[in-house]
Design a protein around this ligand. Structure first.
Ligand SMILES: CC(=O)[C@@H](O)[C@H](O)COP(=O)(O)O
Ligand SMILES: NCC(=O)COP(=O)(O)O
Length: 246
């Protein structure tokens, strides 16, 4: 059954805006898990603009589902991951100046570095996911790094300005999911998904998990956090092929 990873980065953005102790990422994570989240995703960025090291430590002790720790491919982050031991670690590109993640990790262009990181995490018993564009070359490179999972970056689909562009991006994602499954990868997807575009992605046969955060946090301002998580999961299950006997 398709799974939902709830990204709580922007719960923490609100806390960091004033340096308060609220809202609590622990409370957000536990409520999300009770509302149907299958994993909690958090991005420990090099610039610590939202998630802090202490959040990662605390959450690793209290989650009852899975921690999916998003991180750059750096020795600092590898060390943190091997200390915290999340069930999943997703390697993502990072630029300090970026507003948010702008694209997928260029695995093909830095194969040795990514393969080494995958080895370090894999040997520690952490399941590695590579956050990549919907590109067969990147899928092949992920396979060459022995990463068991990839997450297809859906940002270009989400940000497409015309229906034609969005349809084109969706086709690229559909083809990438099919190819990734064919070469033995678990294929997840995420970035920029919201209540009006998630079903296009959730309906794709072979998508195992969606990681969604910003839109759920935004929707929660109007309906409440538990209801926002529950609604996102409901929308996903309503169209997932396995829910339709696919
Ligand atoms: C990798 C990705 O697409 C997101 O999970 C990432 O966390 C985005 O960064 P911000 O959460 O800082 O916007
Ligand atoms: N990897 C995508 C993720 O975790 C959440 O991205 P977004 O929904 O906050 O854009």
């Amino acid at each position: 059954m398709i799974q939902l990873g709830v990204n709580i980065d922007h719960i923490v953005t609100i806390r960091q805006a004033r340096g308060t102790r609220y809202p609590s990422p622990v409370q957000a994570a536990l409520v999300a898990e009770s509302a149907g989240a299958d994993a909690i995703t958090l991005h420990l960025r090099e610039d610590r603009r939202h998630i802090q090291d202490h959040d990662v430590d605390t959450l690793s002790r209290v989650l009852t589902t899975r921690m999916n720790l998003e991180m750059a491919v750096t020795d600092e982050m590898l060390g943190i991951a091997c200390r915290v031991m999340p069930q999943d670690a997703c390697l993502v590109p990072e630029r300090r100046e970026e507003l948010t993640t702008e694209g997928g990790l260029d695995v093909a262009g830095q194969l040795d570095k990514v393969k080494r990181a995958c080895g370090v995490l894999g040997e520690a018993g952490i399941r590695v996911s590579l956050f990549i564009d919907a590109d067969p070359r990147q899928l092949d490179a992920a396979r060459a790094c022995d990463a068991p999972v990839v997450e297809i970056h859906t940002g270009r689909f989400a940000d497409a300005h015309s229906r034609a562009d969005q349809a084109g991006e969706l086709q690229r994602i559909v083809a990438a999911v099919e190819y990734g499954n064919r070469i033995g990868l678990q294929v997840n997807a995420g970035h920029g998904l919201h209540y009006h575009n998630v079903q296009d992605i959730a309906a794709i046969p072979g998508v195992a998990e969606l990681n969604i955060g910003h839109a759920i946090v935004a929707h929660a301002l109007f309906v409440g956090w538990e209801a926002a998580v529950r609604e996102m999961k409901r929308l996903m299950l309503a169209v997932a092929p396995e829910s339709r006997g696919g």
